[in-house]
Design a protein around this ligand. Structure first.
Ligand code: HEM
Length: 373
């Protein structure tokens, strides 16, 4: 455990070992309340020239709430993300994948982030939520800005997205469809959500629901395509893909660090006591590679016996709501690519692949691959 300063100037405590990280993610003494985070981070952010209230960074939604309030906000949308609901979406994900991939040139480099890893989850979450197809491009630009560590880029993007969703609420109220947004705006649900909670929830689902999966697909392709034999084996028998994805979620997980938490009281892990009112980030990536937890922690091994114990989807009450959806989308993309392109290979040395500039997200901005022999 140690103190660090993020590239955007925010100072926080980092919890990095597996045992402490797992404990911290489920520790009720580490709060995620929006009001508390605005108060505690406010001091730091104002010093950096950012007003946390104006930026709407900590709007109330399940990821920035605790206890009973968290349960209420999570239950309101939980039914939309169960395994059964996700299974029902599988054929649509397969159809979309085929549409995105088929017809791509096979004899020159194609950017699999641009062509598949980004548009597949974006399309699915937009369809789930009821965002018209014509607007996907707009949202794509804003979310890229939102994830950047540079406040000068992410605050205006956040404002534009909020304006966009406010207008969409008006349209969906007048003309409801069979989508999550219309369900949240229906009279029964609307009574249980304040306007701020509604906006926060929609924003959260939208942002959490695609960039993470883009990174899972991109990181999976990067590690799996590098081993020709393994790539071919997955194409011949897709039942090995889930294990490979679990190992990607451990070894190169799409989320580098958890979102902010703060100590509601002094908290001791091992020999270190973090005083009250301090910001804490759980370093998921480091915990997943803790040599005290995993044999050959720095090696990529989809056959390790303890797959699935990783913290790639978090742990505890805030465990990822979209884990079944993310796994299904990544499986669909990998199954299609390995089956149809057994000779695929990286077009750039792996060390030159451009990474995201983000303290939280861990993925590539471009992934040039030659699909054909
Ligand atoms: C929470 C990772 C996909 C929605 C989380 C957390 C992690 C995570 C680590 C916990 C954050 C924390 O405790 O600070 C991932 C990864 C994904 C993925 C690696 C890639 C496959 C999705 C998808 C959705 C989604 C597709 C769909 C909407 C959420 C929500 C939460 C969450 C709503 C907050 C849950 C709560 O506070 O109760 N995710 N996620 N995620 N994720 Fe995901």
């Amino acid at each position: 455990m140690y103190r660090l300063e993020l590239v955007n100037g925010v100072r926080a405590w980092a919890v990095a070992g597996y045992a402490h990280a797992r404990a911290a993610l489920a520790d009720p003494r580490l709060s995620k309340s929006a009001a508390g985070l605005t108060r505690i981070m406010g001091r730091q952010l104002r010093a950096l020239g950012v007003d946390p209230e104006l930026s709407g960074m900590y709007s109330p939604h399940m990821l920035f709430s605790d206890g009973a309030e968290h349960g209420r906000l999570r239950r309101l949308v939980g039914a939309g993300f169960t395994r059964a609901r996700v299974e029902a979406l599988r054929p649509r994900a397969q159809e979309l994948t085929a549409r995105l991939v088929d017809g791509l040139p096979e004899d020159e480099a194609v950017d699999l982030v641009d062509e598949v890893a980004f548009p597949l989850p974006l399309n699915i979450i937009c369809e789930l939520m009821g965002v018209p197809a014509a607007d996907h491009g707009l949202l794509r630009g804003w979310t890229a800005d939102l994830m950047d560590d540079d406040h000068a880029r992410n605050i205006p993007a956040s404002h534009r997205m909020r304006e966009y969703f406010s207008e969409l609420f008006v349209r969906r109220r007048a003309d409801p469809g069979d989508d999550l947004l219309s369900a949240l705006l229906s009279p029964g649900a609307a009574e249980r959500l304040t306007p701020e909670e509604l906006m926060g929830t929609v924003f959260l689902l939208f942002v959490a629901g695609h960039e993470t999966t883009t990174n899972l697909i991109g990181n999976a392709v990067r590690w799996l395509v590098a081993d020709r034999e393994r790539w071919r084996a997955l194409g011949e028998d897709p039942s090995y893909i889930p294990a490979a994805l679990e190992e990607v979620l451990r070894f190169d997980c799409p989320v580098r660090m958890s979102t902010h938490r703060f100590t509601a009281e002094p908290v001791t892990y091992g020999r270190v006591t973090i005083p009250a009112d301090e910001v804490v980030m759980v370093w998921i990536h480091a915990a997943n590679r803790d040599a005290a937890r995993y044999a050959d922690a720095g090696g990529f091994d989809p056959e390790r016996p303890d797959l699935g114990t990783h913290l790639g989807f978090g742990h505890g009450p805030h465990y990822c709501l979209g884990a079944p959806l993310g796994r299904m989308e990544a499986f669909t993309a990998l199954a299609h690519l390995t089956r149809h392109y057994p000779d695929a290979r990286l077009a750039t040395p792996a060390a030159d692949l451009p990474g995201q500039r983000s303290a939280i997200m861990n993925g590539f901005t471009h992934l040039p691959v030659v699909l054909g022999p």
